[in-house]
Design a protein around this ligand. Structure first.
Ligand SMILES: Cc1cc2nc3c(=O)[nH]c(=O)nc-3n(C[C@H](O)[C@H](O)[C@H](O)COP(=O)(O)OP(=O)(O)OC[C@H]3O[C@@H](n4cnc5c(N)ncnc54)[C@H](O)[C@@H]3O)c2cc1C
Length: 270
């Protein structure tokens, strides 16, 4: 059985620059990292491999340099790493990204059953949180988002029970397998590759699939298959805050006022 982690290579956001003319991301000379939430998705897939003996696979759609992210996954211990890279995949919005990733998971399922797919809750560049659910819908998998704990897993019964971390509360949900799970940071602590693991993975190959293998209709992928487009990217202007209370002379009263305001605006959970 496969347990799949979807990982996206993203620009290190502390260094992101926007081209003022085209409103697109300046990608040249930018260091890339694995999307932080995806490191938790990867970690969970590795734990599943260790606990249940499943085959762990990492998938990424992106340009050829996204191979670096998959090499890291191999160094951490995944059995298969697949890069989905083709010019026709370029310019993809979340819908066509989900189409490609779902098709790749379907193709993996020709080799072995896919029981679980892990995604990050969102990326730190696109931030839409749409791709995970998009994959689940296309594959007909149960979708469990914002998971911070796997409570119970029964592959014989094909059942999973998880805890979802919502704003100000938790939710325990049971679902049928196969399932797609998006994870939050609290789920686990990602491991680092050891030197022996790096050496062991040095010769492991990242498989590269293009659309020749996936055979998707070119109207459903890349720019052609993307009904959304970016018309403008900008940082919202900061509005000035309101000064409440007199912190210098009455810190306790000011703190109380602040908490009351945050509660009134539903920005604080009790
Ligand atoms: C018109 C248009 C054109 C675009 N063109 C490009 C482009 O040319 N190049 C480009 O890089 N981006 C492009 N984007 C952005 C791209 O659509 C998104 O980055 C992508 O669809 C993922 O969305 P997200 O980052 O919001 O991911 P989210 O939905 O926030 O991601 C959730 C999770 O899904 C998984 N995931 C998401 N994307 C991938 C991926 N690619 N591979 C593996 N797992 C993934 C990860 O586990 C991630 O944590 C374009 C967007 C639009 C609207």
């Amino acid at each position: 059985m496969f347990v799949v982690a979807c990982i996206k290579q993203v620009p290190d956001t502390t260094q992101v620059q926007i081209d003022p003319v085209t409103n697109t991301l300046v990608r040249e000379g930018i260091p890339f990292i694995v999307n932080p939430y995806d490191t938790h998705a990867l970690e969970e897939s590795l734990r599943m491999k260790e606990k249940y003996g499943f085959r762990a696979a990492a998938l990424s759609m992106g340009p050829p340099n996204a191979e670096a992210a998959l090499k890291k996954a191999l160094a951490l211990g995944v059995d298969d790493a697949v890069l989905l890279s083709d010019r026709v995949f370029g310019g993809a919005d979340t819908l066509s990204t989900s189409n490609v990733l779902a098709a790749a998971i379907r193709k993996l399922a020709e080799e072995d059953e896919v029981g679980l797919v892990f995604c990050g809750k969102q990326t730190i560049d696109g931030d839409t949180a749409q791709v995970g659910p998009g994959i689940a819908v296309r594959l007909g998998f149960s979708q469990l988002t914002l998971v911070d704990r796997i409570e119970h897993l029964d592959f014989m019964e094909k059942k999973i029970r998880v805890r979802r971390k919502l704003e100000g509360r938790y939710e325990i949900v049971e679902a049928r397998l196969p399932a797609m799970i998006t994870v939050v940071r609290e789920l686990n602590r990602p491991r680092y590759p050891t030197v022996p693991m790096r050496l062991k993975s040095a010769n492991a190959q990242v498989r590269v699939w293009d659309n020749g293998q996936l055979k998707l209709d070119v109207n459903s992928i890349g720019l052609k298959g993307s009904p959304t487009w970016v018309s403008r990217i900008f940082s919202p202007e900061r509005s000035k805050g309101e000064v409440i209370g007199d912190g210098m002379n009455d810190p306790v009263g000011t703190a109380r006022l602040l908490v009351e305001q945050l509660l009134a605006k539903d920005m604080l959970a009790v």
